[in-house]
Write a protein of this length. Sequence first.
Lengths: 123, 109
Amino acid sequence: QVQLQESGPGLVKPSQTLSLICTVSGGSIGYGGYYWSWIRQHPGKGLEWIGYIDHRGAAYYSPSLSSRVSISVDTSKNQFSLKLDSVTAADTAVYYCARAELYGDYEGAFDFWGQGTLVTVSS
Amino acid sequence: SSELTQDPAVSVALGQTVRITCQGDSLRSYSASWYQQRPGQAPVLVIYSKNKRPSGIPDRFSGSSSRDTASLTITGAQAEDEADYYCNSRDNVKNLLGMFGGGTKLTVL
């Protein structure tokens, strides 16, 4: 059973960079076939996809966040990371890491999720 | 359109059947997956590839689609099914798995 665990600061100051790490256990990122994802949820709101990366380092981002976001992968540590620049209070959210599997050209799903970590942007 | 639209709230009597819908242009080309999120918990995948259930998901959950609408049906709703439900699909611009519906809060009466 694949498990994912987010880690990182729970409080970030405005204009600084939010940095989170997701550690994967029960499966190897380097094996390939999946996309390692970040999704966030503002308090009381719905899910917002941030982006994902494959085991080779090819990353894909939400157009609304692409100018500020970077996702990287470290297969030797079985981890992947999120960096979000120039944060504001609007970036306060629960951040989830998840594994995505894409089936062919028309289907896909996020099949395993971390428990989520609340990041608050405040001075 | 690059949106998936869900009804904000739906209710169902205990033991009855409920359908939660998700509408969007991308669903004409791409299939939907569905997630259940109980309060304070991470989302859980309940349906993928239109109508497949991951291991451990009860068979009272099923999915279907027609034209631009995907549906999640719970047949014989249980108290533990009370949760938020989100649909998800690829977008029809870049084919990225990044579109989520706004969520439907299901209340079991």
